[in-house]
Design a protein around this ligand. Structure first.
Ligand SMILES: [Zn+2]
Length: 432
């Protein structure tokens, strides 16, 4: 597989994954194609050696792993972690608003959204809906309108002459999306819109009513290679679907003889504390089932390393003073080891040395990031998973611009570097 094929697959994955639910569904179908077996958490598991398995919790978190001839207690597990969610606008439970004769929907801000770039985009809606059939059974199905059906228009500069100096956004008042002019027929009802779409998607079912939904807005502009040298990838959700995709491809392509695992959690952008988040019990519960006991799990964990893959901030040429001058990662110069001794990142000198050594042997460049001493540092699933499991962890990620914008930017070569380094990690014989 060359770099171009990997990039093309990534662009397809980004476009087909407007929500964490869709991302996990797409990851599951890749795992099915690679011969992995779906495990039901509600059933008893009997795992065989040299097989691939995966399980999904809540529809939007997934763990995939490969068993080996040797047990995890003897070899440890090469673990890679990432998160499936991205900051976005979600539709409120009773969203309908009729103002100035427009049919609008109110939105809730999910995570740390950079709000300005959401204006003047051709938006669509995706997520899941639960509905009732003719025999009173509840079904839940993914939904994606795909077409641009909504917009948040900017206010013209003529009506706010100070906008370029002092614009702030009130999400309650200024972010409700416009779906249409309000109809005279009284059909300004999102559930009716959803019902029509569900009937179109599932003609075999008699669908009576929509009970509830979990819907997000997204930009319909597809992911794209850009730049005069075609070296950048522009897309929504690069943070952190790039790491989910790359981790998955590395796991299914590596042919490792050792126990390997990929965990992709939802809810990182809102703190990770949930039944399916990195601060919840999902991963430990799988490791205990795999290892057969609490003691076996702890034994395996102490021989394991987790690479927590989540994008890093590249130094921006227009804002260079936002970085420490010795720690300004560049696009297409390799994955970035993220360091924060206050444990906002879980990297330590042992895990970073192991990764550097692996990359040096393969000619993969590696960069390092630590935030300015006078600025607060972000965080990710690495320290939370390390805190839950007690596993030695490396926080790592490819550099990007515009993190949490609706249109982010990263380097295509970095995706390939990350992919190759994760394959190396899954195959490395001895960790410590
Ligand atoms: Zn992230």
């Amino acid at each position: 597989m060359n770099n171009n094929d990997l990039t093309a697959s990534l662009l397809n994955f980004l476009d087909a994954s407007p929500t964490p639910l869709h991302a996990v569904q797409n990851m599951a179908s890749s795992l099915d194609s690679a011969g992995f077996e779906l495990l039901d958490e509600a059933s008893e598991w009997t795992l065989q050696p040299r097989r691939g398995y995966y399980t999904i919790r809540g529809g939007s978190s997934i763990v995939a792993f490969t068993t080996a001839e040797q047990t995890p207690m003897t070899t440890g597990i090469r673990m890679v972690g990432a998160h499936t969610d991205s900051p976005c606008l979600k539709i409120k439970p009773r969203p309908e608003k009729l103002k100035s004769e427009y049919f609008q929907l109110g939105v809730e801000v999910y995570g740390g959204v950079l709000l300005n770039p959401w204006f003047d985009r051709d938006l669509s809606i995706a997520g899941q809906t639960s509905y009732l059939d003719a025999v009173n059974r509840i079904h839940t199905a993914l939904i994606d309108f795909q077409e641009p059906i909504a917009v948040i228009p900017s206010l013209a500069i003529h009506l706010d002459r100070d906008v370029n100096n002092s614009r702030s956004i009130n999400p309650q008042q200024q972010l409700p999306i416009i779906l249409s002019r309000s109809g005279d027929d009284g059909e300004n009802d999102l559930r009716k819109v959803l019902l029509d779409k569900l009937k179109e998607n599932h003609p075999e079912q008699e669908i009576i009513s929509v009970l509830d939904f979990d819907l997000s807005l997204y930009d319909t502009q597809p992911a794209q290679i850009i730049g005069i040298r075609h070296e950048f990838i522009a897309s929504a959700r690069l943070d952190n679907l790039v790491s989910c995709f790359t981790g998955l491809r590395a796991l299914t392509d590596c042919n490792s003889e050792l126990p390997c695992l990929l965990v992709c959690n939802d809810h990182e952008e809102v703190g990770s504390q949930s039944a399916i988040g990195a601060q919840g019990p999902f991963l430990r519960s799988i490791l205990q089932r795999w290892c057969g006991s609490v003691q076996g799990c702890d034994q395996a964990v102490h021989r394991s390393i987790l690479i927590s893959a989540d994008n890093a901030h590249a130094i921006h040429p227009n804002f260079p003073d936002k970085h420490d001058s010795n720690h300004g990662p560049l696009l297409n110069k390799g994955p970035v080891i993220k360091v924060n001794h206050n444990q906002r990142y879980a990297t330590n000198s042992v895990t970073s040395s192991i990764y550097r050594n692996m990359c040096d042997k393969k000619g993969i460049p590696v960069q390092v990031f630590v935030s300015r001493s006078d600025m607060a540092c972000g965080s990710t699933i690495g320290p939370l998973t390390a805190g839950e499991l007690g596993v030695q962890t490396l926080d790592l990620g490819i550099p990007q611009f515009a993190m949490h914008s609706i249109r982010e930017l990263c380097g295509a070569d970095d995706v390939d570097y990350l992919y190759r380094s994760l394959i190396e990690f899954f195959n490395v014989e001895t960790l410590f």
